[in-house]
Design a protein. Structure first.
Length: 376
Protein backbone atom coordinates (compact mmCIF):
# COMPACT_ATOMS: atom_id res chain seq x y z
CA UNK A 1 0.00 0.00 0.00
CA UNK A 2 1.41 3.41 -0.90
CA UNK A 3 1.91 5.69 2.08
CA UNK A 4 -0.42 8.39 0.73
CA UNK A 5 -3.19 5.82 0.48
CA UNK A 6 -2.52 4.83 4.09
CA UNK A 7 -2.80 8.45 5.16
CA UNK A 8 -6.06 8.95 3.27
CA UNK A 9 -7.55 5.87 4.95
CA UNK A 10 -6.46 6.95 8.42
CA UNK A 11 -9.81 8.35 9.58
CA UNK A 12 -11.67 5.13 8.83
CA UNK A 13 -9.38 2.76 10.69
CA UNK A 14 -8.67 4.45 14.01
CA UNK A 15 -11.24 2.50 16.02
CA UNK A 16 -10.59 -1.08 16.93
CA UNK A 17 -7.98 -1.91 14.27
CA UNK A 18 -4.23 -2.32 14.23
CA UNK A 19 -2.35 0.84 13.48
CA UNK A 20 -2.58 2.06 9.92
CA UNK A 21 0.62 2.21 7.99
CA UNK A 22 2.65 1.07 5.09
CA UNK A 23 6.18 0.73 3.84
CA UNK A 24 7.74 2.63 1.05
CA UNK A 25 11.20 1.70 -0.20
CA UNK A 26 13.76 3.97 -1.75
CA UNK A 27 16.16 2.59 -4.37
CA UNK A 28 18.23 -0.27 -2.96
CA UNK A 29 21.49 1.50 -3.67
CA UNK A 30 20.49 4.23 -1.22
CA UNK A 31 20.09 1.67 1.54
CA UNK A 32 17.12 3.56 2.99
CA UNK A 33 13.89 2.27 4.47
CA UNK A 34 10.98 4.65 5.04
CA UNK A 35 8.45 3.57 7.64
CA UNK A 36 5.10 5.31 7.93
CA UNK A 37 3.46 4.36 11.23
CA UNK A 38 0.06 5.20 12.68
CA UNK A 39 -2.03 4.71 15.84
CA UNK A 40 -1.33 1.85 18.23
CA UNK A 41 -3.27 0.59 21.25
CA UNK A 42 -0.65 -1.62 22.87
CA UNK A 43 3.14 -2.02 22.93
CA UNK A 44 2.69 -5.25 20.98
CA UNK A 45 1.05 -3.34 18.14
CA UNK A 46 3.88 -0.81 18.08
CA UNK A 47 6.46 -3.60 17.94
CA UNK A 48 4.39 -5.38 15.28
CA UNK A 49 4.44 -2.29 13.09
CA UNK A 50 8.16 -1.87 13.69
CA UNK A 51 8.63 -5.49 12.61
CA UNK A 52 6.69 -4.94 9.40
CA UNK A 53 9.00 -2.03 8.69
CA UNK A 54 12.13 -4.01 9.45
CA UNK A 55 12.60 -2.02 12.67
CA UNK A 56 11.89 -4.83 15.14
CA UNK A 57 15.15 -4.45 17.07
CA UNK A 58 13.60 -2.35 19.84
CA UNK A 59 10.83 -2.82 22.39
CA UNK A 60 8.03 -0.34 23.07
CA UNK A 61 7.05 0.21 26.69
CA UNK A 62 3.39 0.58 27.60
CA UNK A 63 3.76 4.27 28.42
CA UNK A 64 4.28 5.28 24.78
CA UNK A 65 0.74 4.13 23.92
CA UNK A 66 -1.18 7.16 25.11
CA UNK A 67 -4.13 9.00 23.62
CA UNK A 68 -1.84 11.44 21.87
CA UNK A 69 -0.38 8.55 19.84
CA UNK A 70 -3.79 7.65 18.44
CA UNK A 71 -3.57 9.99 15.46
CA UNK A 72 0.17 10.21 15.10
CA UNK A 73 1.86 9.18 11.86
CA UNK A 74 5.58 8.54 12.19
CA UNK A 75 8.17 9.00 9.48
CA UNK A 76 11.65 7.51 9.83
CA UNK A 77 14.27 6.92 7.13
CA UNK A 78 17.26 4.79 8.09
CA UNK A 79 20.50 4.83 6.12
CA UNK A 80 23.26 2.44 7.26
CA UNK A 81 22.06 3.14 10.79
CA UNK A 82 23.81 1.68 13.81
CA UNK A 83 21.93 1.04 17.07
CA UNK A 84 22.34 4.55 18.51
CA UNK A 85 21.23 6.22 15.26
CA UNK A 86 18.23 3.93 14.87
CA UNK A 87 17.13 4.51 18.47
CA UNK A 88 17.56 8.27 18.22
CA UNK A 89 15.47 8.41 15.04
CA UNK A 90 12.64 6.25 16.38
CA UNK A 91 12.54 8.02 19.75
CA UNK A 92 12.51 11.44 18.08
CA UNK A 93 9.57 10.44 15.89
CA UNK A 94 7.73 8.92 18.88
CA UNK A 95 8.58 11.83 21.23
CA UNK A 96 9.97 9.45 23.81
CA UNK A 97 13.27 8.24 25.24
CA UNK A 98 15.29 5.09 24.68
CA UNK A 99 17.27 3.12 27.21
CA UNK A 100 19.03 -0.23 27.32
CA UNK A 101 18.27 -2.43 30.36
CA UNK A 102 21.29 -4.08 32.02
CA UNK A 103 22.22 -7.31 30.25
CA UNK A 104 20.29 -6.47 27.07
CA UNK A 105 22.70 -4.43 24.99
CA UNK A 106 21.22 -5.77 21.75
CA UNK A 107 17.73 -4.30 22.33
CA UNK A 108 16.62 -0.95 23.74
CA UNK A 109 13.29 0.01 25.27
CA UNK A 110 11.39 3.01 23.91
CA UNK A 111 9.68 4.72 26.85
CA UNK A 112 8.35 7.95 28.32
CA UNK A 113 8.70 6.83 31.94
CA UNK A 114 10.90 8.75 34.36
CA UNK A 115 12.25 5.43 35.64
CA UNK A 116 14.68 3.37 33.59
CA UNK A 117 13.77 -0.12 32.33
CA UNK A 118 15.18 -2.44 34.94
CA UNK A 119 17.28 -5.56 34.75
CA UNK A 120 17.28 -8.34 37.33
CA UNK A 121 17.30 -6.93 40.85
CA UNK A 122 19.39 -8.09 43.78
CA UNK A 123 19.80 -7.01 47.39
CA UNK A 124 23.02 -5.30 48.44
CA UNK A 125 24.53 -3.58 51.46
CA UNK A 126 26.87 -0.61 51.00
CA UNK A 127 28.75 0.60 54.10
CA UNK A 128 29.91 4.22 54.03
CA UNK A 129 31.54 6.76 56.27
CA UNK A 130 28.52 9.11 56.00
CA UNK A 131 27.57 8.87 59.70
CA UNK A 132 25.14 11.27 61.30
CA UNK A 133 24.08 12.96 58.07
CA UNK A 134 20.35 12.20 57.70
CA UNK A 135 19.92 15.25 55.49
CA UNK A 136 21.67 13.37 52.67
CA UNK A 137 19.03 10.63 52.57
CA UNK A 138 16.34 12.53 50.56
CA UNK A 139 19.01 14.01 48.29
CA UNK A 140 20.43 10.60 47.46
CA UNK A 141 16.97 9.15 46.88
CA UNK A 142 16.09 12.02 44.52
CA UNK A 143 19.28 11.42 42.54
CA UNK A 144 18.53 7.68 42.44
CA UNK A 145 14.84 8.07 41.51
CA UNK A 146 15.23 6.74 37.92
CA UNK A 147 16.54 3.43 39.33
CA UNK A 148 13.78 3.11 41.94
CA UNK A 149 10.88 1.98 39.77
CA UNK A 150 8.66 -0.95 40.68
CA UNK A 151 9.80 -2.78 43.81
CA UNK A 152 13.30 -1.27 43.82
CA UNK A 153 14.21 0.47 47.10
CA UNK A 154 17.00 2.02 49.13
CA UNK A 155 17.21 2.51 52.89
CA UNK A 156 19.85 4.07 55.11
CA UNK A 157 20.84 4.00 58.76
CA UNK A 158 22.31 7.44 59.54
CA UNK A 159 23.84 6.12 62.76
CA UNK A 160 26.07 3.64 60.92
CA UNK A 161 26.19 5.24 57.46
CA UNK A 162 25.13 1.93 55.91
CA UNK A 163 22.90 1.86 52.84
CA UNK A 164 20.83 -1.16 51.86
CA UNK A 165 19.30 -1.42 48.40
CA UNK A 166 17.29 -3.67 46.11
CA UNK A 167 18.39 -2.57 42.64
CA UNK A 168 19.53 -3.94 39.31
CA UNK A 169 23.24 -4.00 38.50
CA UNK A 170 23.23 -0.50 37.00
CA UNK A 171 21.34 0.89 40.00
CA UNK A 172 23.86 -0.60 42.44
CA UNK A 173 26.74 0.83 40.40
CA UNK A 174 25.12 4.28 40.33
CA UNK A 175 24.42 4.23 44.08
CA UNK A 176 27.99 3.17 44.90
CA UNK A 177 29.35 5.91 42.62
CA UNK A 178 27.22 8.59 44.28
CA UNK A 179 27.98 7.45 47.83
CA UNK A 180 31.70 7.29 47.06
CA UNK A 181 31.69 10.85 45.73
CA UNK A 182 29.73 12.09 48.75
CA UNK A 183 32.35 10.51 51.05
CA UNK A 184 35.36 11.78 49.11
CA UNK A 185 34.29 14.80 47.00
CA UNK A 186 37.44 15.32 44.96
CA UNK A 187 37.16 17.74 42.00
CA UNK A 188 35.74 15.93 38.98
CA UNK A 189 34.43 17.10 35.59
CA UNK A 190 33.61 14.64 32.79
CA UNK A 191 35.11 15.55 29.40
CA UNK A 192 32.87 17.16 26.80
CA UNK A 193 32.86 14.86 23.76
CA UNK A 194 31.32 16.28 20.54
CA UNK A 195 28.34 14.44 19.09
CA UNK A 196 28.98 12.45 15.92
CA UNK A 197 26.81 14.99 14.11
CA UNK A 198 29.66 17.49 14.11
CA UNK A 199 31.58 15.26 11.67
CA UNK A 200 28.53 14.44 9.54
CA UNK A 201 27.78 18.13 9.10
CA UNK A 202 30.47 18.40 6.42
CA UNK A 203 28.61 16.11 4.02
CA UNK A 204 27.48 17.82 0.84
CA UNK A 205 24.52 17.37 -1.47
CA UNK A 206 25.42 17.47 -5.15
CA UNK A 207 22.11 18.88 -6.41
CA UNK A 208 19.43 21.24 -5.20
CA UNK A 209 16.58 19.67 -3.26
CA UNK A 210 12.88 20.47 -3.55
CA UNK A 211 9.98 19.23 -1.44
CA UNK A 212 6.26 20.03 -1.23
CA UNK A 213 5.54 18.06 1.99
CA UNK A 214 7.53 17.64 5.20
CA UNK A 215 7.50 13.88 4.79
CA UNK A 216 8.90 14.29 1.29
CA UNK A 217 11.60 16.58 2.64
CA UNK A 218 12.70 13.95 5.18
CA UNK A 219 12.96 11.36 2.42
CA UNK A 220 14.89 13.63 0.05
CA UNK A 221 17.30 14.75 2.75
CA UNK A 222 18.04 11.11 3.56
CA UNK A 223 18.84 10.37 -0.06
CA UNK A 224 20.77 13.59 -0.73
CA UNK A 225 23.06 13.34 2.30
CA UNK A 226 23.03 9.56 2.76
CA UNK A 227 22.02 9.72 6.41
CA UNK A 228 19.09 8.71 8.56
CA UNK A 229 16.28 11.21 9.05
CA UNK A 230 13.31 11.40 11.41
CA UNK A 231 10.33 13.73 11.32
CA UNK A 232 8.71 14.64 14.65
CA UNK A 233 5.48 12.69 15.02
CA UNK A 234 3.57 15.90 15.73
CA UNK A 235 4.09 16.89 12.07
CA UNK A 236 1.92 14.86 9.66
CA UNK A 237 4.18 13.86 6.75
CA UNK A 238 1.65 15.09 4.17
CA UNK A 239 1.71 18.64 5.61
CA UNK A 240 2.28 20.97 2.62
CA UNK A 241 5.44 23.02 2.40
CA UNK A 242 7.55 24.76 -0.21
CA UNK A 243 11.22 23.99 0.29
CA UNK A 244 14.00 24.58 -2.22
CA UNK A 245 17.45 23.90 -0.77
CA UNK A 246 20.57 24.63 -2.80
CA UNK A 247 23.33 22.08 -3.15
CA UNK A 248 25.73 22.42 -0.26
CA UNK A 249 26.91 21.11 3.11
CA UNK A 250 24.55 19.53 5.60
CA UNK A 251 25.54 21.95 8.36
CA UNK A 252 23.82 24.78 6.41
CA UNK A 253 20.46 22.98 6.31
CA UNK A 254 19.24 24.00 9.81
CA UNK A 255 19.62 27.71 9.04
CA UNK A 256 17.82 27.27 5.71
CA UNK A 257 14.87 25.45 7.32
CA UNK A 258 14.51 27.74 10.35
CA UNK A 259 12.56 30.43 8.41
CA UNK A 260 10.10 27.67 7.45
CA UNK A 261 9.42 26.96 11.11
CA UNK A 262 11.40 23.70 11.17
CA UNK A 263 14.28 23.07 13.60
CA UNK A 264 16.89 20.54 12.47
CA UNK A 265 19.87 18.93 14.17
CA UNK A 266 22.06 15.86 13.64
CA UNK A 267 22.05 13.79 16.83
CA UNK A 268 23.72 10.38 17.10
CA UNK A 269 23.97 10.25 13.32
CA UNK A 270 20.29 11.02 12.61
CA UNK A 271 19.00 14.27 11.13
CA UNK A 272 16.00 15.10 13.33
CA UNK A 273 13.33 17.56 12.14
CA UNK A 274 10.64 19.19 14.28
CA UNK A 275 8.89 22.37 15.33
CA UNK A 276 11.12 22.66 18.41
CA UNK A 277 14.88 22.12 18.71
CA UNK A 278 15.57 18.34 18.59
CA UNK A 279 17.05 16.70 21.67
CA UNK A 280 19.26 13.74 22.44
CA UNK A 281 16.72 10.97 23.03
CA UNK A 282 18.76 8.64 25.19
CA UNK A 283 17.03 8.54 28.56
CA UNK A 284 18.31 11.49 30.64
CA UNK A 285 19.22 9.21 33.55
CA UNK A 286 21.19 6.86 31.30
CA UNK A 287 23.38 9.70 30.00
CA UNK A 288 23.66 11.41 33.36
CA UNK A 289 27.15 11.95 34.73
CA UNK A 290 28.40 13.21 38.09
CA UNK A 291 30.70 16.17 38.67
CA UNK A 292 32.29 17.64 41.79
CA UNK A 293 32.78 21.40 41.50
CA UNK A 294 34.68 23.17 44.33
CA UNK A 295 33.11 26.48 45.42
CA UNK A 296 35.06 27.31 48.60
CA UNK A 297 36.26 30.51 46.91
CA UNK A 298 32.61 31.52 46.28
CA UNK A 299 30.89 30.35 49.47
CA UNK A 300 32.09 32.95 51.94
CA UNK A 301 29.07 32.87 54.27
CA UNK A 302 27.01 30.13 55.85
CA UNK A 303 24.33 29.00 53.43
CA UNK A 304 26.14 30.22 50.32
CA UNK A 305 26.50 26.64 49.04
CA UNK A 306 22.72 26.16 48.89
CA UNK A 307 22.25 29.69 47.52
CA UNK A 308 24.69 29.06 44.66
CA UNK A 309 22.96 25.77 43.88
CA UNK A 310 19.57 27.50 43.74
CA UNK A 311 20.93 30.18 41.40
CA UNK A 312 22.27 27.50 39.06
CA UNK A 313 18.98 25.58 39.12
CA UNK A 314 17.01 28.72 38.22
CA UNK A 315 19.27 30.17 35.55
CA UNK A 316 21.36 27.43 33.94
CA UNK A 317 19.41 25.03 31.71
CA UNK A 318 16.27 25.46 33.86
CA UNK A 319 14.27 22.95 31.81
CA UNK A 320 17.03 20.38 32.13
CA UNK A 321 16.75 20.10 35.92
CA UNK A 322 13.26 18.66 35.47
CA UNK A 323 14.84 15.56 33.98
CA UNK A 324 14.70 12.41 36.11
CA UNK A 325 17.80 12.03 38.27
CA UNK A 326 19.24 15.47 37.40
CA UNK A 327 19.98 17.50 40.50
CA UNK A 328 22.56 19.52 42.42
CA UNK A 329 23.65 18.49 45.93
CA UNK A 330 25.43 21.33 47.80
CA UNK A 331 27.99 20.32 50.43
CA UNK A 332 29.52 22.60 53.03
CA UNK A 333 32.41 20.35 54.10
CA UNK A 334 34.19 20.74 51.80
CA UNK A 335 32.37 23.53 49.99
CA UNK A 336 31.37 22.03 46.64
CA UNK A 337 28.48 21.16 44.36
CA UNK A 338 27.74 17.57 43.36
CA UNK A 339 26.15 18.03 39.93
CA UNK A 340 24.15 15.19 38.39
CA UNK A 341 23.30 15.99 34.76
CA UNK A 342 24.49 15.32 31.24
CA UNK A 343 27.97 16.42 30.24
CA UNK A 344 26.88 19.50 28.30
CA UNK A 345 24.84 20.80 31.25
CA UNK A 346 27.72 20.15 33.65
CA UNK A 347 29.98 22.31 31.47
CA UNK A 348 27.31 25.04 31.45
CA UNK A 349 27.41 24.96 35.26
CA UNK A 350 31.22 25.29 35.16
CA UNK A 351 30.87 28.38 32.96
CA UNK A 352 28.23 29.84 35.28
CA UNK A 353 30.48 29.37 38.33
CA UNK A 354 33.26 31.19 36.49
CA UNK A 355 30.83 34.07 35.86
CA UNK A 356 29.81 34.13 39.55
CA UNK A 357 33.48 34.29 40.51
CA UNK A 358 33.94 37.29 38.22
CA UNK A 359 30.67 39.17 38.84
CA UNK A 360 29.50 37.93 42.24
CA UNK A 361 26.34 36.10 43.27
CA UNK A 362 24.09 38.92 42.05
CA UNK A 363 25.94 39.51 38.80
CA UNK A 364 25.03 38.41 35.29
CA UNK A 365 25.53 34.86 34.11
CA UNK A 366 26.36 33.95 30.50
CA UNK A 367 22.67 33.96 29.59
CA UNK A 368 20.13 31.24 30.23
CA UNK A 369 21.73 28.40 28.37
CA UNK A 370 19.86 26.37 25.79
CA UNK A 371 18.33 23.74 28.00
CA UNK A 372 18.25 20.01 27.81
CA UNK A 373 14.97 18.41 26.79
CA UNK A 374 11.79 18.75 28.76
CA UNK A 375 10.08 15.50 29.63
CA UNK A 376 8.22 13.74 26.80
Amino acid sequence: MHWRAALNRRAGILAGLLLAGALSWMPAEEGTTAAILGPARTPAEVVSRFASAGLDREDAAADICRDRDATRILTVHLVAAGPATRRQALAHALDCWWAVPPGRAEKAVLTRADTLPAGQRSAGVHPTGLHGRPGLIPLVRAAMAPWLGGDAATTSDPATGQWSASLDSDGHARLIELLSILQHPEPLVPPLVPDAGSAIGGRRSQESLQATTWGGLAQRLAAAYHLSTALAGTIPPDTPCQVDLPAGPLNEVPALLAPKGIQAAVLRGALCLGRTPPDDREHPAARRRLAVLPIAHLATRRGDDALIASIILRRVDPAGWKQPGWTIIPLDDPHCLIVAADTATIHHVVAALAAIEHHGLNGPLPGTFAGSPTSP
